[in-house]
Write a protein that binds this ligand. Sequence first.
Ligand code: ZN
Ligand code: MN
Length: 476
Amino acid sequence: MGWRTLIGLEIHVELMTKKKIYCNCKNEFGGEVNTHVCPVCLGLPGALPVIDKECLEFGIKAGLAFNSEIAEVVRMDRKNYFYPDLVKGYQISQSDLPLCDGGYLEIDLPEGPKRINLERIHIEEDTGKQIHNDDGTTLLDFNRCGVPLIEIVSKPDISSAEEARLFLDKLRSTIKYIGISDVRMEEGSLRCDVNINVIDDERGIKSRITEIKNLNSFKSVVKTIEFEEKRHIELLEKGENTDRETRRWDEVAGETILMRRKYTAEDYRFCYDGDLPPLMVDRNWLEEIKAAMPELPHAKKVRFISDYGLSDYDASVLTQSRELADFFEETVKHVDDSKLVANWMMGDVLRRLKEEEKEIQELQLSSKDLAELLILVRDGKINNNTGKKVLRDMFETGKSPETIVSEQGLIQISDEGALAEAVDKILDANPQSIDDYKNGKDRAVGFLMGQIMKETKGKANPQLVSAILSEKLKKR
Ligand code: ZN
Ligand code: MN
């Protein structure tokens, strides 16, 4: 049976609330350094925190999206440690009574769905930012201090780097769907810690858990797990073991590096924060939040399969983001042909998004314009290839398809007389191809088709041309 890997992830997500978690300062990424600060988030003596209602609401939304139990009483605790960017000397977090208890999310593996259970989701405050200068000095920016976070803690149910990637992907898209964070790893609004060890069930040996902190891309999570898996197994095979320690990923060296021996919960001296009285989560309010929850990715995917007759794969891709799914549904409303819309979106539209590394809402393309284009194609006003060309122009210029088609005179030629003339002209000019055709070389037909399309500047109705051409070839 061999080695089995146990991976648990801890994910910190910055919430997009209007205010910070315990004060009235603006919650905004960036901003002039030390301008979104006040006595509370600077930890000045005597300043008292008040918990932000919107932060609780966002945390509850996360709990509902991930199938957790929502607490009836919320209690905040102090997690004590010294950090220069958290000047109170403690972080107001949650210890044994988190806002959301348990929960799970499902990832799709080739062999079927796998449930990854969650330990908890709690709320807490972010720290400030240290700016390290080349001259060796360090400056502090407290704008981020007190920005609300949820920390999502999974059980060690993840068994490989690939599963971790799928888990993070699902988690990120779900959080985006419910609109509580922009989950941009590069801006630090989603940060991931990995807890990992390996076990050999037959021999009954296992390594001690290593924690790798603050990974800021999916790629580094994957590389970290692969590196640590190997390191743990190698040590155990030599008869040694890992230490319970905290490490960090060094991208340049391509390895993890020891930061410190692991703190345990006892080291943090968790204690109830007396500045914040316990809060009751009103059950009517909870029902209101539940009722206002948007449709989640999985439910949307199932509905797309049944309502629009899409394949499982197409439905997963088109429900990747709420915006993409909305765009699809809007377009279908105008065209009333879900397969046609799905084909064009899965093909040309998604390719464009990938090329430009953009999201659908960043393109100069409206669902109404795409629908108009597809109607032109469906009604035979322009042929498929012209449609693709018009779509490219729409991406570039933002013009409507009608405008592009009339400006460039692209209306498809379906006049049989005109097409017959073009076919004759090409046949007269290519006697060799006619001979080839008679000698059973089918390739000649393709060549002739191409010449005719060229002659008509790509505007000919290809079905009609093909019919006329085979008629005329038989008579030659
Ligand atoms: Zn403040
Ligand atoms: Mn935390």
